[in-house]
Design a protein around this ligand. Structure first.
Ligand code: ZN
Ligand code: ZN
Length: 445
């Protein structure tokens, strides 16, 4: 049996768009200043969660709110469970939008607004895939759970709470990633791809200087584009060279290199501190000499420093760099934290995080039947060859043993997540909806 998935998607788009506008209109930035026992991450994300569950109630689904941490929309039943992970919180909108970020607008086949692409639009694409299958009379042989998180952008407390209360589904795909399929995530790698979205003055100068900088550093990939309608935001990306964290000199850390480019411009305050740390101190500091944690042991050799995860967002309480440090005998995590705090404590705090389960590299084998099914649906609907991707970016998929990222970004699509004037293509949402419907069907028939 087969369903007309593209037709499903076309029919559902008007309703999806209406619901998406309502969801975008809810400012769902996490706000811990307003957190209460009732609203663990502040009221915004919880309002968006309630709205999402309302939509599903309206359409006759069984829903559940797990103590305002997460929500579930359930379809079908069976001994096995397929999870689809989405989130309704958004990152702060920043200055420079051409219109109000929480009053969505449609232009040139795209809908604009904070959360349009990350992750409210794709979340609804997955939801409407379920609805279309339900209305077509499909009865899945598995329990399908659409799991809605409220704090994906920060600490993932929603999903952690969910897993305390519920067994993990047998398979999970997240709609907060890329097609064809992302099967792995690694924090023990040098990040190659790096992106910065810059607003304020000097944008023209920055854009003009970028190509030269790339050429001088032997970097080929160049992306520089204005991302806002009124030209007040600039997004620049570069591609370094990935390598394992134990041999950082074999790669080129994209984040450090990008920061080294930006720090030549007059940034101030926290932005300047962050760029100086990432782009000067951490740049090629393979043995932790510049950051003052160097140590050498006669047998084990030098400690090795690899800054792996970078995040800076205007207006966010925390900016951070997570480093993977392989230390040799003669030092300790406590000692290194002390050294860093002694030297840089005026503007940053260093803490030690053990290499726990959450941080371990995550992989699902590419010949796993779950992965093969998702890839074949993608290939069938797009006519493109499917291949598995390992990414340094995190998505909910990596939270689960058999978890992967599956869309919504297509190869070559414009990625505006976290950017000023965030938007998503309506045609791509429609394509995703059709792919999700067929994938869910194939995995639960
Ligand atoms: Zn996201
Ligand atoms: Zn995000």
């Amino acid at each position: 049996m087969t369903f007309p998935y593209q037709e499903f998607a076309r029919e559902k788009m008007p309703a999806l768009l209406a619901d998406l506008k309502d969801l975008i209109a809810i400012d769902s930035v996490r706000n811990m200043d307003l957190a209460t026992p009732e609203y663990p991450v502040g009221p915004g994300p919880i309002k968006a969660l309630a709205k999402f569950l309302n939509i599903a109630d309206r359409d006759g689904f069984q829903t559940e709110n797990i103590d305002n941490y997460a929500g579930i929309v359930t379809f079908g039943q069976g001994d096995q469970e397929l999870g689809v992970a989405v989130h309704v919180d958004v990152v702060p909108p920043d200055e420079g939008w051409s219109q109000d970020p929480f009053t969505p607008w449609v232009k040139d086949g795209r809908i604009f607004g904070r959360g349009a692409s990350d992750n409210k639009g794709p979340a609804l694409a997955a939801y409407y895939a379920l609805l279309a299958l339900k209305e077509a009379g499909f009865q899945p042989k598995k329990k399908i759970s659409l799991i809605i998180g409220t704090d994906e952008e920060t600490d993932w407390v929603g999903m952690k709470y969910y897993l305390q209360k519920r067994p993990a589904p047998d398979w999970v795909f997240s709609t907060d990633s890329s097609f064809p399929i992302v099967t792995g995530q690694a924090t023990n790698m040098i990040p190659a791809a790096a992106t910065a979205v810059v607003s304020g003055e000097n944008l023209a100068k920055i854009a003009a200087a970028f190509p030269d900088f790339l050429a001088k550093n032997g970097l080929t990939r160049e992306v520089a584009e204005a991302v806002s309608d009124n030209g007040t935001g600039l997004k620049i990306s570069l591609e370094g060279v990935s390598a394992h964290a134990s041999v950082p000199w074999e790669g080129k850390n994209g984040a450090c290199v990008l920061a080294s480019f930006l720090r030549a411009f007059p940034f101030t305050g926290r932005a300047k501190n962050f760029l100086d740390f990432a782009g000067d101190l951490e740049l090629e500091d393979y043995y932790g000499e510049k950051i003052r944690i160097a140590n050498a042991d006669p047998e084990m050799g030098k400690s090795i420093n690899c800054p792996a995860v970078f995040r800076y967002q205007n207006g966010e309480a925390e900016a951070y760099i997570k480093s993977n440090i392989r230390y040799s005998r003669g030092t300790s995590p406590e000692k290194m934290c002390q050294q860093l705090n002694d030297k840089f404590g005026a503007f940053c705090q260093t803490t030690f995080q053990p290499y726990q389960d959450f941080e371990k590299p995550h992989f699902v084998a590419s010949d796993d039947p779950f992965v093969k099914t998702l890839l074949s649906v993608y290939e069938k609907q797009t006519g493109q060859a499917g291949e598995t991707i390992i990414s340094a970016g995190a998505n909910y998929g990596r939270f689960f043993k058999n978890g992967v990222g599956y869309g919504p970004a297509f190869p070559g699509s414009l990625d505006t997540a976290h950017a000023i004037d965030e938007s998503v293509s309506l045609a791509e949402l429609e394509k995703s909806l059709a792919i999700y419907a067929e994938a869910i069907y194939e995995l639960s028939k």
